[in-house]
Design a protein around this ligand. Structure first.
Ligand SMILES: C[S@@+](CC[C@H](N)C(=O)[O-])C[C@H]1O[C@@H](n2cnc3c(N)ncnc32)[C@H](O)[C@@H]1O
Length: 395
């Protein structure tokens, strides 16, 4: 942040807007993303919103003076300033997504503010939820970032951008996979299944499983399971008031810790068919942990009539360099990644009756863009090539 009086038009290294109109007094101090719209209106990027003509000079949604170290009513803590800053950065992300350097520079400015506000006492760790290791990227937070979510840290964004530099279709791949997750869950619900165990559920997104299911099932029961501590931090976004969802932190490599968990048992009756959702998660389980044997444990614990929906990353149809970069990036993350071949992914469905993925198809696995697609040719996007998927029924 520039404190040079000779440079009044820049704050945090960013030029100030010069034309604006005063906002109502009551709205001042509220973060930019929350002002001027009802709670229910979805957040739109700042760049898309209409700005009043004579808005006072503001940065991060706060009056410029607020950033001065002598400002009355300044930020209560450096963390608040940095959170606001990050929110603002995210609102610009569509335009900045591929500009790592800009992000790094801006984050550096944010750290500078935090030191200024707290006399140098504030550490980065203060900005990170308890129990979350900010020193390593995590698959859950990286995936959240790929989907445009807000539950990620700088270390995740840097790692993801490194991956993206070698795989430009990364975002498309993530969305194609998420699309399969929702279509498969809905299809299973249409077969009469009312309860789901979402293993490796990921962080809350805009298409949470129970919300997707509620479009067709009033009383869907969902147990979210993930090993990442950040999922519990944001668990309240997945919990419903009527108690039909549960969120548990557990490692799928220990099936008993999942299946015997009392919170899971409170919403899931294993004597009745379940939808086992294991999308984009087995790729984080090494061969040495026998991922095929683990899937069988979950399937065997489910009642006849249950379904398994599974997707898994593959390098079969990607440039070797992209695959290697992905493996390297996740090698430095909290979990390593293990891309598998089509034959290895088909093995997850051993003993199950594979469901034809679209009209006219046989009992096969396909890429995530094709499964459940009205037009499997259109669904066959470049990003979708990164995942094979299928749905199998236990008879
Ligand atoms: C790429 S995300 C997939 C999220 C979601 N299933 C989807 O397909 O949209 C992978 C998730 O699996 C979780 N995960 C990885 N290894 C796991 C394990 N051993 N047990 C439970 N969850 C795990 C990660 O924390 C992350 O949230």
């Amino acid at each position: 942040m520039s404190s040079d009086p000779e440079e009044p038009n820049r704050v945090l290294g960013i030029p100030l807007r010069t034309s604006s109109r005063a906002r109502p007094e009551a709205e001042r101090g509220r973060p930019e993303t929350e002002r001027g719209r009802p709670e229910t209106e979805p957040t739109r990027p700042e760049t898309e919103r209409t700005r009043p003509e004579t808005e006072p000079q503001r940065v991060l949604g706060f009056p410029v003076d607020w950033f001065s170290s002598s400002a009355p009513g300044g930020p209560k803590s450096a963390a608040l300033a940095v959170r606001a800053f990050r929110r603002w950065i995210r609102s610009l992300r569509p335009g900045l997504a591929r500009v790592d350097a800009a992000d790094d520079v801006l984050a550096g400015d944010a750290r500078m503010i935090s030191r200024e506000r707290e006399g140098g006492e504030v550490a980065e760790a203060e900005l990170v939820p308890e129990g979350v290791d900010p020193s390593k990227p995590s698959p859950a937070r990286m995936y959240d970032y790929m989907l445009g979510g807000t539950h990620n840290l700088q270390v995740d964004r840097i790692a993801t951008e490194r991956f993206r530099a070698s795989m430009p279709d990364l975002e498309d791949a993530a969305w194609a996979n998420r699309g399969f997750h929702g279509r498969a869950a809905r299809w299973i619900a249409e077969q009469g299944v009312r309860q789901f165990i979402d293993i490796g559920s990921g962080l809350p997104t805009q298409n949470n499983t129970h919300e997707t299911l509620r479009q067709i099932l009033d009383d869907a029961h969902v147990a979210y399971v993930d090993s990442d501590p950040m999922v519990l931090v944001y668990a309240r976004e997945l919990l419903t008031e009527d108690g039909t969802t549960a969120v548990i932190q557990a490692d799928l490599r220990d099936p008993r810790s999942v299946l015997d968990n009392p919170d899971l048992r409170a919403v899931i009756d294993l004597s009745q068919p379940v939808g086992l959702l294991m999308t984009a998660v087995l790729q984080f389980v090494a061969d040495s942990s026998d991922p095929w044997g683990l899937v069988k444990r979950y399937v065997d614990a489910s009642a006849p009539g249950s379904y398994l929906a599974l997707s898994h990353i593959t390098g079969d149809r990607l440039p070797p360099q992209s695959v290697q970069t992905g493996v390297d990036v996740y090698g430095g993350a909290t979990e390593s990644a293990y891309p598998r071949t089509k034959a290895e992914i088909e093995r997850f469905f051993d003993g199950l009756e594979l469901v034809p993925p679209y009209a006219g198809a046989g009992q096969i696995i396909v890429n995530v863009g094709q499964w459940g697609a009205e037009d499997p040719v259109a669904g066959n996007s470049d990003g979708a090539q990164a995942f094979y998927c299928g749905v199998g029924r236990r008879s």
